[in-house]
Write a protein that binds this ligand. Structure first.
Ligand SMILES: O=C(O)CCC(=O)C(=O)O
Ligand SMILES: [Fe+2]
Length: 333
């Protein structure tokens, strides 16, 4: 069965998000890697979301970043506004409550965030290729206000992008491509990371004003850490039911975004999701959006276009897509 045919077969509504064990991700045995790729392929075509265990981001790195996020969001608003994302190029820095609107029918997301992109660990001299239209330095809160924040956030960023890089060969195998297919398209770790804080919402909640409104992510895939013990994330299935994706201890969520949907002409699903915090307490999450290098054109991958499945998307570069989505989300509403 070719990719288009198996994509059509998978249109049944899922009822839960599968859990995938990454233990054999770097196995020497190609049969083990091929088996893992089959499991991933099913999740990508049917759900667009899966949990991963044995992801190898150390627990201490997660704990330190979680603690740093809490310290940052606890700062007085005027300190956070010094690094308002509107002052930076490409929306780096602090994103105040209600300033983003992921769902165009919504009235603003009930979350505040801090967003940044690649930079070397302090002390490293590693250089980077040009980011073109997505270029822009990170802006950080002062070290006096949140000691250790920058270092903790960068540790997590580098651990998560290492995980992200190691997933591309698996996605390539899942698409029937050589494992190295994405190597030259993902040299730069074009990944944006966000720390998010969702205040609780109680009583009758207006569907237009929730933690993060219904949306798809924009890059190839997202690596999402959710605070343990708090249900908030929901994923939309083909029957328009919201399926809960609660945090599962020891796992991260991986969800596909628009760049993979565009590259595969919709065979890999960029699934709609949202988050609502009705837990009564604050909730934190950490998404890292891992994309193709910003100058890469998202031409459809061989085998994903046919007469029954004509090209669905206008072709653009990865950076053009991310930039246009950022502008739409933060342009005021
Ligand atoms: O906080 C979450 O669980 C989801 C966040 C999300 O979907 C996003 O930032 O794109
Ligand atoms: Fe998302």
């Amino acid at each position: 069965m070719n990719l288009v045919e198996s994509g059509l077969e998978k249109n049944k509504a899922f009822q839960e998000v599968p859990v995938i064990d990454l233990q054999n991700l770097n196995s020497e045995d190609p049969a083990q890697r091929a088996y893992l790729a089959q499991v991933v392929k099913d999740a990508c075509m049917r759900v667009g979301f899966f949990y991963v265990k044995n992801h190898e981001i150390p627990e201490t790195v997660i704990d330190n970043t979680f603690a740093a996020a809490k310290d940052f969001f606890d700062l007085p608003l005027e300190k956070k506004m010094i690094i308002d994302h509107k002052r930076s190029s490409n929306f780096k820095g602090y994103i105040p409550l209600l300033s983003g609107n992921n769902n165009p029918d919504g009235a603003g997301d009930v979350q505040e965030g801090f967003e940044f992109g690649w930079e070397p660990m302090q002390g490293s001299s590693k250089a980077r290729l040009e980011d073109g239209i997505m270029a822009g330095a990170n802006i950080w809160p002062s070290e006096n206000d949140v000691p250790g924040f920058r270092n903790a956030a960068l540790q997590y960023y580098h651990a998560a992008t290492t995980l992200g890089k190691s997933l591309f060969p698996l996605f390539a195998l899942a698409l029937g491509l050589p494992e190295t297919f994405f190597d030259d398209k993902t040299q730069n770790s074009a990944a944006l990371m966000k720390l998010l804080h969702y205040p609780p919402q109680s009583g009758p909640v207006d569907e237009r004003t929730i933690g993060i409104g219904a949306h798809t992510d924009w890059e190839c895939f997202t690596i999402l850490w959710q605070e343990p013990g708090i249900q908030a994330l929901q994923v939309l299935n083909a029957e328009h039911q919201w399926v809960n994706a609660p945090p599962i201890p020891g796992t991260l969520v991986i969800n596909l975004g628009d760049q993979f949907a565009r590259w595969t002409n919709g065979i890999f699903k960029s699934t709609v999701h949202r988050a609502i915090n009705r837990s009564g307490v604050r909730r934190y999450s950490i998404p890292l959006f891992f994309g193709a290098d910003y100058n890469v054109r998202l031409d459809p991958i061989p085998g994903c276009v046919s007469t029954e499945r004509p090209l669905k998307y206008e072709i653009m570069t990865a950076g053009e897509h991310v930039k246009s989505r950022l502008q739409a989300t933060y342009s005021g509403h």
